[in-house]
Design a protein around this ligand. Structure first.
Ligand code: ZN
Length: 240
């Protein structure tokens, strides 16, 4: 028998998939509000927007400064190198090609099954760390139709992981049914204007990895699909 993971004292620990983007930063605040111990995980797979990974430390310290309770709950940060992903992808994230929408209506930034790989590694780490909840920013509502972001994919994976590791993980996706305007609103509800400002200033979503000029909604090229979506959501949020 493999040793079972040590549950933390409240059995309530969480591991947040934390890329340094708007969505995962909102998920981190969401988890800090709910769980007694929260650790973060980033993946380095040769993506062009490595700048996202560089934003992570700033966001972690910024979010800790917003609430004493969040600072007390925020635990270790982990980074896993998954270079093999870039070997099986042929996309704008990992090669210097234009972002375009291909057949099936998916942008060529799509790395097939990426979130399945991420969540599986996250579960292995969570097992070792004794964390029961795994939190990710997958969203079915907005954008792209990535099939590995679908609620059914996540639920099926939760079953597979729990069978395969003989444990009881709960995969939590707080953004699943809200759009980008809703994600900004969630940040406001969780951490007030200070959290919204932190996300605007220090999170990174742009596919081109450009920090670029500072727009109302944050830094980025302003023209790629990720920037457009983030900008549209922000303006719907402040007008709403
Ligand atoms: Zn952009």
């Amino acid at each position: 028998m493999m040793a079972r993971p040590q549950a933390d004292s409240a059995g309530d620990g969480a591991l947040v998939l934390f890329s340094g983007g708007q969505d995962s930063t909102t998920c981190l605040a969401w988890a800090l509000e709910r769980h007694s111990r929260v650790e973060t995980l980033g993946f380095d797979y040769g993506q062009r927007h490595r700048v996202e990974l560089d934003c992570r430390a700033k966001l972690r310290s910024g979010i800790s400064a917003l609430k004493a309770s969040w600072a007390a709950r925020l635990g270790e940060d982990h980074t896993l190198a998954l270079g093999a992903l870039s070997e099986v992808s042929d996309t704008a994230l990992t090669r210097q090609v234009e972002i375009e929408i291909g057949e099936h209506g998916l942008p060529n930034t799509f790395v097939p099954g990426r979130n399945i790989v991420f969540l599986t590694f996250a579960a292995a780490l969570a097992y070792r760390r004794g964390l029961r909840h795994i939190v990710g920013g997958m969203c079915e509502t907005d954008f792209s139709g990535y099939p590995d972001c679908r609620d059914d994919t996540i639920k099926a994976l939760q079953v597979a992981l729990n069978l395969g590791m003989e444990t009881r993980f709960v995969l939590e996706t707080p953004l699943m049914w809200i759009d980008k305007a809703g994600a900004w609103q969630m940040a406001l509800d969780l951490g007030g204007r200070a959290l919204v400002d932190l996300i605007v200033k220090d999170s990174h979503t742009c596919y081109l990895g450009t920090r670029g000029e500072r727009h109302d909604w944050g830094h980025g090229c302003g023209a790629c699909p990720a920037c457009k979506l983030r900008a549209q959501g922000y303006y719907r949020f402040i007008e709403g």
